[in-house]
Design a protein around this ligand. Structure first.
Ligand code: UD1
Length: 419
């Protein structure tokens, strides 16, 4: 896989036209992991053609799953009766979300050894909630030599309460419970649209899951899951990134293939910032006509403002006159992107989990470095609004979650190229 190294942007052009959103990264990763629970072929449509999906495809193929790429956005997966059940550190390091294989491997094969992912650029990211939930279903789990090692006979339904509505823990436990004996009641679960998509996918294969999208999920375990065809939901974070890019550049963009309820918290905040947002069927039009206003943001689990949109909105607010305040409540290191904006002339003071942004008239193009996927997307937005040229290093992070971002942005007027 050839990795993109750098992105070059010449700023100052408003984004205008229409852009189509790809399938949701986080839904696709969970659904591909869940496909290991199915005894028959699973055909997935609208999978985003991004690095994270390709990496997970390789990881599950290495386990012995038959992976057939029908085209760049469609994958067929068939998991045989026997597969390898170990995912080494070198793979988990490339893709944290491969920890989502823990629940499916345990439930279907009674065994899983997943390297502990450790911390990452955005925070410490422990797995205690995943482990506690799977233990409650009867799995024996130990931490040995950097691996989470799990074994079980038939998992048994149980009551599980999550101390925090973790997306990954909700998904891992829900997937495991789908094949457990009896009923599992999961309390204080994550309500993200990707959880609902995963539950819909599993129910399509014969699972009995109710309540996804609410605080309590009830799973009636079934003996086995069949196959089926499923289309992944649109990516609300990719959609949100284009929405913010349109607003920040004072543009007028039609964002196609969006479920507007999934981006409701962002729509509310953009309107508060004086941006016109019109919802039409499965499109959203974002138009910035008048001067933008400063806003305050607090990231929270869904339906709160998503942490995955925090860096992008910060990019926009760096050049909005007045004072904006962002509180990052989910991932402790996610405000570090502020240091890169400061290299572009932004005025931001970070104290703990709070960033105080004093909007400047214009950012200036500079050499900057992406430290993670969403920080990379935010630096693109900063580059688009800056005066002059911006060079973004570590641009490979951006390809983890955005399909064809340069060509999509170029088609709506951006001056962006890569090497
Ligand atoms: C998922 C998303 C990621 C998004 C995040 C929050 C995927 C592949 N990734 O990540 O894009 O930013 O949700 O919306 O879907 N925590 C614990 N113990 C645990 C698990 C989590 O303390 O066992 C904490 C984390 O450190 C973090 C918070 O819970 O502070 C939220 O994490 P979680 O919802 O689990 O995020 P991910 O599933 O890793």
């Amino acid at each position: 896989m050839v990795q993109k190294q750098k992105l070059y942007i010449t700023g100052g052009r408003p984004l205008k036209g229409a852009v189509r959103v790809s399938g949701a990264k986080n839904a696709a990763l969970a659904i591909m992991s869940a496909a290991l629970l199915a005894s028959e072929p699973v055909h997935l449509e609208n999978c985003p053609n991004i690095t994270d999906v390709k990496v997970l495809r390789d990881i599950i193929a290495n386990l012995g799953v038959k992976v057939n790429c029908k085209n760049k956005n469609e994958i067929e997966l068939l998991t045989p009766e026997v597969v390898k059940t170990t995912t080494p550190y070198k793979e988990v390091k490339k893709l944290r979300a491969s920890n989502l294989l823990l629940g499916p491997l345990l439930a279907r094969f009674g065994k899983a050894e997943i390297a502990l992912p450790g911390g990452c650029n955005i925070g410490t990211r422990p797995m205690d909630l995943h482990i506690k939930g799977l233990q409650a279903l009867g799995a024996k789990i130990t931490l040995e030599h950097g691996f989470i090692k799990g074994t079980c006979g038939c998992l048994k339904g149980s009551k599980v309460y999550l101390d925090f509505p973790s997306v990954g823990a909700t998904e891992n436990i829900m997937m495991a419970a789908a094949l457990a004996k009896g009923q599992t009641i999961l309390g204080n679960v994550a309500k993200e649209p990707e959880i609902v998509d995963l539950a819909n996918f599993l129910n399509g294969l014969g699972a009995k899951i109710r309540g996804a999208g609410t605080d309590v999920i009830k799973v009636e375990g079934v003996k086995q899951l069949g196959g089926g065809r499923y289309s992944v939901i649109p990516d609300r974070i990719e959609a949100g990134t284009f929405m913010v890019a349109a607003a920040a550049t004072m543009g007028d963009l039609l964002i196609e293939h969006v479920i507007s309820t999934h981006v409701e918290p962002l729509i509310a905040k953009l309107r508060e910032a004086n941006v016109e947002v019109v919802e039409e069927d499965d499109n959203i039009r974002v138009t910035a006509r008048d001067t933008l206003k400063p806003i305050d943001i607090k990231t929270l689990p869904y339906p709160g403002f998503p942490t995955d949109m925090q860096s992008q909105i910060m990019a926009m607010l760096t050049a909005v006159k007045g004072t904006s305040v962002i509180v990052e409540n989910v991932f402790e290191n996610r405000l570090q992107v502020a240091d890169e904006f400061k290299r572009m002339g932004a005025k931001i003071k970070v104290e703990g989990r709070t960033a105080i942004i004093q909007g400047v008239k214009k950012l200036q193009g500079a050499q900057v470095k992406a430290s993670d996927l969403r920080a990379g997307a935010a630096l693109i937005i900063a580059g688009l609004i800056a005066e002059g040229d911006t060079e973004i290093c570590n641009a490979h992070y951006i390809d983890r979650g955005y399909e064809n971002i340069e060509s999509k942005l170029t088609s709506v007027g951006a001056n962006i190229r890569s090497c």
